[in-house]
Write a protein that binds this ligand. Structure first.
Ligand code: AHR
Length: 489
């Protein structure tokens, strides 16, 4: 297969926000405890944070990181996790003991060490509006009892946390303290008022559901105080199955991503908030696997989620999915201005921690390539012919897009992301460029099911190549199931 990618260097969709490479850590599984925070590890620094994780995150440059949940936050009381005396409690979301040793100060230390902006998600499940605004005061105020308490805890200067969200998935019946659309709109209206009184420089997010009534009521009642709508995006179908999904199932799910973004966009436009309220996809990943300790009556599919930490289930399928997902965010860069990969460490994360070090999963390298090598200006593009192939999923053929391409520009030079989604066939892509040299970075493994693990940490890796050519029409070879970045030198 061969096709030509067409674009006009002057025809820009918009500017990509760096916050699209955001991350998310939750008190969930081994993400915080035993992940980023592990005082018993030989890799821990003086604050108990893992140095190898910090170093890996600094390499990909995390612009913003959300914490502490997720479902966890809907039963979390931040005052249990501050100061010298921590109050351990039972985490009702994931049904485990929570030590509260990793709290506000530890999260903010972690943010400083990875050079990320903190984004705090508040408890709008079992918490109150006042508890949320008190947290803003504790972090950002110079006056009042909460600012004094912060100083007593050794932090003279405010932390200046800019991003705050009211709640998590409170539209979902399984969330602690879930609400109906009417109750939700009221709660967000009251909470946003109080939080912005605690500090009017903060930016506020609130969850947007897969439910028009929810979104419209929310915007009608609280839209004037919101800066962002928060969208969560996982493969709902893959969550329901016992076994890790096939490469083909993962690719098929990509067709739903655009729709989810445009649903949030249309609520914003409909209510008159275009360019005023942005979209933060503040939890996204392919596989929404849950905590192994959680048992939902009648849902025996939850048992195999012990595989949360099994590297063999995070393959090139995840890398291809991740690259295509980021491409979709780039194409919607005028409305989607933040995205947080969920979670960063362990579970279905980018990095897997173990006693002797870390494993960088295939998805880690997608962030490495995208954050470090692509340009900020996103160009419009199209192919000269139909860019589809028949994907066979569970014995049924379905047509999907073959090559997912996003040309970008940086300092007048072209940088293109090219993803070949086909499980078996390579493809050649042509495009116009006057550059005499191109630099190519290709992420791949031998098979679509390749993955990295403790004993073979580089099965999936990036290969670099220089292409010298005088031709005005460049030709790039894309192996099956691969992610490639091309740069004009
Ligand atoms: O990451 C696990 C859970 O998935 C999060 O807590 C929740 O927000 C999402 O549905």
């Amino acid at each position: 297969m061969a096709m030509e990618l067409r674009f006009d260097k002057k025809k820009k969709i918009g500017l990509r926000d760096p916050k699209l490479f955001g991350q998310f850590i939750e008190h969930f599984h081994r993400c915080v405890y035993g992940g980023v925070y592990d005082p018993a590890s030989s890799f821990a620094d003086e604050q108990g944070l893992r140095k190898d994780v910090i170093e890996a995150l600094n390499r990909i440059g995390v612009p913003v990181i959300r914490w502490p949940g997720g479902c966890f936050v809907s039963g979390y009381h931040w005052q249990d996790g501050i100061g010298p005396k921590r109050i351990p409690c039972f985490d009702k979301a994931w049904k485990v003991e929570e030590s509260n040793l990793f709290g506000t100060a530890e999260f903010l230390d972690f943010c400083r060490k990875i050079h990320a902006q903190p984004y705090i998600c508040c408890n709008a499940g079992t918490g109150t509006e006042e508890e949320m605004s008190d947290w803003v005061e504790y972090c950002n105020q110079t006056q009042g009892k909460w600012a004094r308490l912060r100083r007593e805890h050794g932090y003279e200067e405010p932390f200046h946390v800019k991003y705050w969200s009211i709640g998590n998935e409170n539209y979902f019946d399984g969330e602690l303290g879930s609400r109906n659309p009417k109750e939700w709109a009221r709660l967000v209206s009251r909470a946003s008022h109080m939080m912005k009184r605690a500090d009017d420089r903060i930016e506020l997010l609130a969850p947007c559901a897969n439910n028009l009534e929810w979104n419209l009521r929310l915007l009608a009642e609280a839209g004037h105080r919101l800066d962002w709508l928060s969208v969560h995006s996982y493969d709902d179908m893959l969550q329901q199955v016992n076994e890790p999904s096939s490469y083909e199932q993962c690719i098929l799910w990509l067709d739903n991503v655009k729709e989810r973004i445009e649903q949030a966009e249309s609520a914003i436009h409909l209510m008159g908030y275009r360019n005023k309220i942005h979209i933060a996809i503040d939890e996204w990943n392919l596989r929404g696997w849950h905590h192994p300790n959680v048992d939902v009556p009648g849902a025996d599919y939850l048992t195999p989620r012990d595989k949360n930490d099994d590297n063999s289930t995070y393959t090139m399928a995840d890398a291809v999915y991740t690259a295509c997902y980021l491409n979709e965010c780039f194409r919607h860069c005028n409305s989607v201005k933040m995205a947080n990969y969920a979670p960063t460490v362990n579970g279905r994360g980018l990095i897997y921690t173990h006693d002797d070090g870390i494993v960088l999963r295939p998805t880690y390298f997608v962030f490495d390539l995208y954050a470090n090598l692509l340009g900020d200006e996103i160009l419009d593009s199209w192919f000269d012919q139909e860019n589809r192939f028949a994907l066979s999923v569970n014995g049924k053929e379905q047509n999907v897009n073959w090559i997912d391409a996003v040309p970008t520009m940086q300092n007048g030079r072209l940088r293109i992301a090219l993803v070949n989604k086909h499980p078996e066939e390579a493809c050649r892509v042509f495009f116009a460029s006057s550059a005499g040299e191109l630099e190519l970075f290709t992420l791949n493994g031998k098979s679509k099911d390749s993955y990295n693990d403790i004993d073979h940490p580089e099965t999936v890796r990036v290969e670099r190549e220089i292409l010298k050519t005088k031709a005005s029409q460049k030709e790039i070879y894309l192996p099956p199931h691969s992610v490639t970045i091309v740069r004009e030198l």
